[in-house]
Ligand binder design. Structure first.
Ligand SMILES: O=C(O)CCC(=O)C(=O)O
Ligand SMILES: [Fe+2]
Length: 347
């Protein structure tokens, strides 16, 4: 958690001024809008998703699902089998996928990009348990995960109010100006990769965020350094959307055309119970050159986790134990088992 967090600049004043929006994005590496997305539609989406999350058992029974009161005994995160079991059910919800196409957000992205755009079908919802703070998303640049091109924009919005203590996103303004992908290292947090900002001479750790209210939306390109703040609440589940948008015709990495990995799903499974066909396989109408996934970032992080686990690092040990449990027959699990056995730690 950064010692000091300053307030985002709010860009609603430039709402209808694409040139000014583009200038601010180029200069500051993010745009933040109050109520860019329709709060009523967001509230409806929250009700649908939280109702499902309560059915899964991650919210206390006999509470209003809208309040998002977590059963903290069910804590789990991306990379855990239990997370996939629950998240896959949320990931199948049609209204969740439709939300990436809401004109409130697509028209703003198009204004900023100045070209026709499309959402990546690999949409993400984050279901973050309270007091599980060591698994918080660490400082990173999105390019290591999403690749393709540097102009791809992330849109992050909580589905519900998200004050600082519930753990919204924070960014370092201007950090995209490093102009390249910085070294990323092993982290236990979501995404498993972090930039060591203290070791980067070009970057000052000047963190900005805000108490998000429903509809508020943060937009930033693939090189802007950001992190999630820890969810310090007593019992509230943080629910948020992070979606990516790119100009049609630009490079896209293959993994952005598949469902989000932790869902464990194929599109046919996602679409099983949808009422309408209009947003199924929509990207197939667009001609984006597809590049293979660059696995080197993840491989390097995993190699570091092995090294750290050998030295007894607790987070690395947890990460290896998780990898073994998630896919016991994988090559990574075999290596992880060896390392833990050598160190005398149970796999
Ligand atoms: O919601 C989070 O914890 C992480 C989100 C993130 O890093 C992103 O939207 O790029
Ligand atoms: Fe990110």
């Amino acid at each position: 958690m950064p010692e000091e967090i300053r307030e985002f600049r709010v860009s609603n004043d430039a709402f209808d001024d694409p040139a000014e929006l583009q200038r601010r994005l180029a200069d500051e590496g993010y745009l933040f809008f109050r109520q860019l997305q329709n709060p009523d539609k967001m509230r409806e989406l929250r009700r649908v998703m939280m109702t499902k999350i309560q059915e899964i058992g991650w919210l206390l029974p006999d509470t209003d699902p809208y309040d998002g009161i977590a059963d903290t005994t069910r804590q789990c995160t991306e990379g855990d089998l239990e997370y996939t079991a629950g998240y896959s059910q949320v990931y199948k919800l049609e209204p969740f996928h439709r939300s990436a196409h809401w004109p409130e957000i697509t028209s703003m992205i198009e204004k900023i990009m100045g070209r026709p755009i499309m959402p990546h079908p690999n949409q993400i919802a984050r279901l973050w348990f309270p007091k599980f703070t060591e698994h918080t998303t660490p400082m990173h640049q999105d390019f290591v995960h999403f690749q393709g091109n540097f102009e791809t924009l992330t849109s992050w919005a909580p589905i519900g109010d998200c004050p600082i203590e519930l753990g919204p996103l924070a960014v370092i303004p201007g950090s995209h100006k490093v102009g390249r992908v910085l070294d990323h290292h092993f982290s236990l947090g979501a995404g498993a990769l972090k930039v060591d900002v203290d070791a980067e001479e070009e970057v000052e750790p000047d963190w900005h965020s805000t108490d998000f209210e429903i509809g508020d939306t943060l937009i930033f390109p693939a090189l802007t350094i950001h992190q999630a703040l820890p969810n310090y609440t007593e019992d509230r589940l943080r629910l948020s959307l992070d979606n990516r948008y790119q100009a049609i015709g630009d490079l896209i990495a293959e993994q952005m055309l598949t469902p989000h990995g932790p869902s464990g799903l194929e599109w046919e499974e996602v679409y099983q119970d949808w009422e309408s066909d209009d947003f199924k396989y929509y990207w197939e109408d667009y001609d984006n050159p597809v590049v293979a996934r660059d696995l080197s970032f993840g491989e390097r992080g995993f190699a570091e986790a092995l090294e750290l686990a050998r030295a007894g690092d607790e987070h690395a040990v947890i990460a290896l134990q998780r990898a073994i449990k998630f896919d016991p027959d994988s090559e990574a699990a075999a290596t992880a088992k060896e390392v833990l056995a050598d160190a005398g730690i149970p796999g």
